[in-house]
Design a protein around this ligand. Structure first.
Ligand SMILES: [Mn+2]
Length: 332
């Protein structure tokens, strides 16, 4: 953690009053948990805070305390905000389609990134980006703790959701001793791990299993490298009245295969012009590097990219890139 940057961000918050906290479209538990955790804490400190997310809010995040305060359209602000804090979001584009207009209205004030995406090159005026932290929730907690502001049960629940989401329930290698120490403090402050985990992981709708069955039918293995992939096309998805976020769990199933280092999930986009890829790795392949090269981003072990083209073109290109990476890695 860069102490200097943390100090600058805290100084800015301390000396200003009017904020917006927002994150990326289709928020996951880190994006929304951090928006709410940090946003509610700033409100408790007496700041005026607008909580924004382009949405949609996934079925398993609707339990988060304060979720009803999140707005999905930019309000007409009477005067420009002092600052817009963008959490868990690696690029301006990912905030959502309306953000550009809002930015051009000149109302954002100073933009502040609070993030842990290695691919975030810093697009705010003040950027607290810590790729070694498990989650943006962990970065936001540093700000709250820096102010010596005690975690309320609501803030603790939201931040615990952020940590739980991005560490896969404290299982991934991003889980450090300080992640667990922070988790303990959040539990002490009122976060309920079993309630949060049940909401996040054990409330899948029945149709998830129908989709999963169809998707697993497409499972393919690379003949040489420890890599497997699955695909879902619109004709399958059209069979179900589904929530896109439900699909997020599928890739984790594939990664859990014994020999699998890399898992890829090809999802046909609804416009039929390309595919959205989710990629995961277990131990040594840096999927973020590959996704950034292809125009996307994320983390070393979990990244994504949207690509235009036919299924065959995209699949061929992506598999070739991974083959090259496996060859480079084993050559070391
Ligand atoms: Mn995150």
């Amino acid at each position: 953690m860069s102490a200097e940057t943390l100090k600058n961000v805290m100084q800015f918050i301390h000396t200003h009053q009017n904020f917006m906290v927002c994150s990326h479209i289709h928020p996951d538990g880190d994006a929304l948990g951090t928006t709410l955790g940090l946003g509610l804490a700033l409100k408790e400190m007496g700041k005026k805070v607008t909580l924004y997310n382009a949405g949609p809010i996934a079925y398993n995040l609707k339990f988060l305390p304060g979720i009803e305060q999140v707005v999905h359209a930019f309000p007409d602000f009477e005067k420009p905000l002092d600052g817009t804090i963008i959490v868990d979001c690696g690029s301006i584009k990912r905030i959502g389609p309306d953000f550009k207009t809002f930015m051009e209205s000149g109302n954002t004030g100073t933009m502040i990134c609070v993030d842990h995406h290695a691919s975030n090159t810093g697009f705010g005026g003040l950027d607290l980006i810590e790729p070694t932290e498990s989650s943006s929730g962990e970065v936001a907690a540093k700000i709250i703790q820096g102010f010596r502001h005690p975690f309320s049960p609501e803030v603790a629940t939201n931040l615990f959701c952020a940590l739980t989401t991005d560490t896969g329930g404290f299982r991934y290698e991003s889980t450090t001793d300080h992640t667990l120490r922070l988790a303990a403090q959040l539990v002490e402050a009122g976060a309920k791990p079993s309630v949060i985990s049940e909401n996040l992981f054990e409330r899948k709708p029945k149709y998830y299993f129908h989709i999963l069955r169809d998707v697993l039918d497409t499972l393919e293995f690379h003949p040489k490298h420890p890599m497997a992939w699955v695909t879902v096309k619109q004709d399958t998805l059209k069979k179900y009245d589904y929530d896109i976020d439900v699909l997020e769990g599928v890739i984790e199933e594939v990664r859990s295969l014994d020999f699998c280092e890399v898992a890829i999930f090809f999802k046909e986009d609804s416009e039929g012009i390309g595919y959205k890829l989710s990629t995961r790795s277990k131990n040594y392949i840096n999927v973020s590097k590959i996704c950034v090269d292809l125009g996307g981003g994320g983390h070393h072990r979990a990244s994504g990219v949207s690509m235009k083209g036919t299924y065959e073109e995209i699949k061929k290109k992506v598999i070739q890139v991974f083959e090259k990476e496996f060859e480079l890695t084993s050559g070391k």
